[in-house]
Design a protein around this ligand. Structure first.
Ligand code: HEM
Length: 459
């Protein structure tokens, strides 16, 4: 972490930040004007591509970090979960503070989690307490810390290599690789073997969207998500009952997967591990695994394709770099296009953040706080060389998997799998976008990348 160590350095950093913000403001104005004068259709439609443009977002954060780092508006922006207004927080320290103070800023996902499970909450929707601790502890036993390296990396390495080889010089990245590998992990490691991979991808995409991305509470999405939830529940019920019948009949030795470990914990009377509990745990993990890894893998590649020099270095590192070198490119690219640019929490009580600084703000109870981890990762007050693409930067600079109590339970899996999923592709010579629109990320009707066609020289 690079903090200025003398008042003079601090002043220098503030000045540099101010100049960068002015430059960002000018860039924003140019982009907005260009869209307004060159685009077609209503103003909103002309400007909307900017909202999802990562480069544009970075410019906006750079201006806000300097001019308006913490502010509140009376308007409700998140309609999916109860709240009475919105606060935006974008300095690194303040984002970490909000996410750390889980007693004051609560997770909100409980109501939709309960709709999806058909009753019970899942731990990302829970506040701190005995049930949360029990559930996290249970799943840490079922999903062991050593599993990513010992079980998942060998599997994903072989699958990714086969997918890229079979592509013979072409691949639609999210569809053929990004979503396929986590879907196979759900089948073979988590143990949900019944549904086809395409079904798992479709259900989890709808459910993740409904839980975390549907901020406007779309009436069209809800029935589709709830139908997917029922299908996922039924598939898990069936899997659990088949395993138990097989076990009772003394069938073949079961596979060592997460579901089987949960059933073994049930057999010794572990609290929380009844059939419904196991189903709910797996619902939460399966939803967390597929669209996330797929989108992150696609966005990493997209970012590197935008940077020819770094793409060439990443390819060299993938082929014969030192241990950890290729990983440095993967995660630095993800900093530029993270999966969740903003995490949100609701103020439980009136709470002051950044106390003792000029940007201190009291957030009234009921306010939805949008804490931008994306902005935090580019905050030069805490992040060294924040605006430089720096592979291998200190890991502490990254806030990809959340922060504090609800930090991603798949964090070790993500860190191990993303490089492994992508390495075979980067080892192929002349990796490039397919010509035309096909070679750009297409999100279809979803918020996630669904297509990105690439070419490479087949070996
Ligand atoms: C690149 C892929 C992934 C990204 C970027 C990601 C990101 C995140 C983030 C930001 C959070 C915190 C949300 C918040 O605080 O509001 C989170 C939580 C969580 N994630 Fe992930 N995730 C990924 C993959 C996975 C995978 C593969 C799994 C399952 C194997 C998973 C399971 C979970 C669970 C269970 C939680 C809740 C943890 C808790 O409440 O204690 N995620 N994830």
């Amino acid at each position: 972490m690079a903090l200025p160590c003398s008042p003079l350095q601090a002043l220098g950093l503030c000045l540099a930040q101010g100049l960068a913000a002015l430059w960002a403001l000018a860039t924003i104005a140019v982009q907005v004007l260009r869209r307004l004068f060159q685009g077609q259709g209503p103003v909103g439609q002309r400007l909307s591509p900017l909202v999802t443009d990562f480069g544009f977002q970075r410019q906006v954060w750079a201006v806000l970090r300097v001019g308006l780092p913490n502010f509140r508006v009376g308007r409700i922006l998140v309609r999916a979960y109860d709240n009475n207004g919105t606060a935006l927080v974008c300095r690194n320290r303040d984002v970490r503070e909000v996410l750390d103070r889980h007693q004051d800023f609560e997770v909100v996902y409980g109501p939709r989690m309960e709709e999806i499970t058909g009753g019970a909450n899942f731990f990302l929707g829970m506040q701190d307490g005995p049930t949360y601790s029990r559930d996290v502890t249970n799943m840490r036993q079922a999903i062991r810390r050593s599993d990513p390296q010992e079980l998942l990396v060998p599997l994903a390495t072989a699958w990714a290599e086969a997918i890229v080889r079979d592509g013979q010089g072409q691949i639609d990245l999210p569809r053929q690789l990004g979503a396929q590998i986590p879907a196979r992990i759900v089948q073979e490691y988590f143990g949900l073997r019944g549904p086809r991979r395409e079904e798992l991808i479709e259900w989890t995409t709808l459910l993740f969207w409904y839980l975390f991305v549907d901020l406007a509470a779309s009436p069209e999405l809800r029935p589709k998500a709830l139908a997917a939830a029922v299908q996922l529940q039924e598939a898990l019920d069936q899997e659990i009952s088949e395993r138990k019948i097989c076990l009772a009949r003394g069938g073949a030795k079961p596979a060592d997967d997460v579901l089987q470990r949960c059933l073994e914990m049930q057999a010794i009377g572990t609290p929380g591990m009844d059939d419904l509990g196991i189903r709910n745990y797996l619902i939460g993990f399966v939803i967390g695994a597929i669209p996330t890894l797929s989108a992150a893998a696609t966005q990493i590649v997209d970012e590197l394709l935008n940077r020819p020099e770094q793409l060439a270095q990443a390819q060299a590192a993938a082929r014969d770099g030192k241990p950890g070198e290729f990983e440095g490119y993967v995660f630095e690219a993800l900093r530029y296009q993270p999966l969740n640019p903003v995490l949100y929490r609701r103020a439980v009580r009136d709470s002051t953040i950044a106390r003792g600084t000029w940007r201190a703000m009291t957030i009234p109870a009921g306010t939805m706080v949008l804490a931008s981890n994306y902005s935090a990762m580019f905050d030069p007050m805490q992040v060294e060389h924040a605006d430089r693409f720096w592979p291998g930067r200190p890991w502490h600079d990254y806030i990809f998997w959340g922060y504090g109590m609800h930090t991603c339970a798949g964090a070790y899996i993500n860190s191990a799998l993303l490089p492994v999923m992508l390495r075979p592709l980067f080892c192929r010579p002349h990796l490039r976008r397919s010509p035309g629109a096909k070679g750009q990320i297409d999100r279809g009707t979803t918020p996630f990348p669904t297509h990105l066609a690439l070419c490479f020289d087949a070996e």
